[in-house]
Ligand binder design. Structure first.
Ligand code: IPD
Length: 265
């Protein structure tokens, strides 16, 4: 079995190269290639090109591993490791020129099913800020030389929280009801627009907590590992719920945020 640190190193190298390609393509202009689950759910030419680059690099370095990507689908491997990839998380930000998007690459072991897999290593790279967040199971989460730690407790002013909304307009009423339940805990609420960065910001303590239903495997595979390795907790609503709720926070906030976000209180 390959060491988590080696998988992390590969994720970091490829995320940097992929992020630079995304940034270069952005400066040349964005072209929307298609819409997906809803008219607001877009894929750009760059998403496809960047995912292909990542897929090629991984296939060359680790031909026996599986692959699960947002744009090009799944391929089973034989090694027990699957790479879960969002080439550009925050595609709508990317399309509008908002500099909050990231390449997210994770290596998971076990069946390539988020309900049961174990995330082993991951990297989240924002090529505009140049920040690269990384984690390997059991070895902490890092931003450069800084070991990351979640906020143990929000301050007396309340928790700085983030959330996201699905692309499907029929889910928005439920999303807003969830926000109303959570606001009594909050000093303020952010909607950054890239789930991998929301998780990374919880890991760094820039946010106290994050919640969002309906995340896809590539939105959370690397980010959830960052939070856990920074001492935080991540809850994924179990079962086969179509819009599985994710909650990530430091230990002092987690239970309260989970209860409010899930409607358990
Ligand atoms: C989306 C972003 C967004 C989140 C959505 C995701 P994409 O990913 O992470 O913040 O609210 O749930 O689908 O489509 O930009 O890769």
């Amino acid at each position: 079995m390959t060491a988590p640190a080696d998988l992390q190193q590969l994720a970091v190298e490829i995320a940097r190269e992929a992020g630079e390609l995304a940034r270069r393509r952005r400066s040349e202009g964005v072209s929307i290639a298609a819409t997906k689950s809803a008219v607001a759910d877009i894929v750009t030419e760059a998403d496809r090109e960047v995912e292909q680059l990542i897929r090629d690099r991984l296939a060359r370095a680790r031909p026996d591993d599986g692959f699960l990507g947002e744009e090009s689908g799944a391929e089973r491997g034989t090694s027990g490791i699957t790479w879960v990839v969002d080439p550009i998380d925050g595609t709508v930000n990317y399309a509008y020129g908002i500099p909050s998007y990231a390449v997210s690459i994770a290596a998971v072991s076990g069946e390539p099913d988020p309900a049961t897999w174990d995330a082993v290593a991951g990297a989240v790279f924002n090529p505009v800020s140049g920040e690269l967040f990384r984690a390997a199971r059991g070895e902490g989460a890092w931003l450069g030389d800084e070991r990351l730690a979640v906020n143990a407790e929000p301050t007396a002013a309340g928790a700085l929280l983030a959330t996201g909304f699905g692309y499907d307009p029929t889910t928005h009423a439920g999303d807003l009801a969830r926000v109303a339940r959570v606001m009594p805990l909050a000093r303020d609420l952010r909607r950054i627009g890239a789930a991998s960065l929301d998780f990374a910001f919880v890991a760094t303590g820039r946010l106290d907590g994050y919640f969002e239903p309906g995340l896809q495997p590539w939105d959370h595979a690397a980010g959830a590992l960052l939070v856990e390795e920074a001492g935080g907790r991540v809850w994924r609503e179990g079962g086969t719920a179509v819009r599985r709720l994710f909650v990530a926070a430091g230990p002092g906030l987690f239970d309260r945020l989970w209860r409010a976000a899930s409607g358990a209180e």
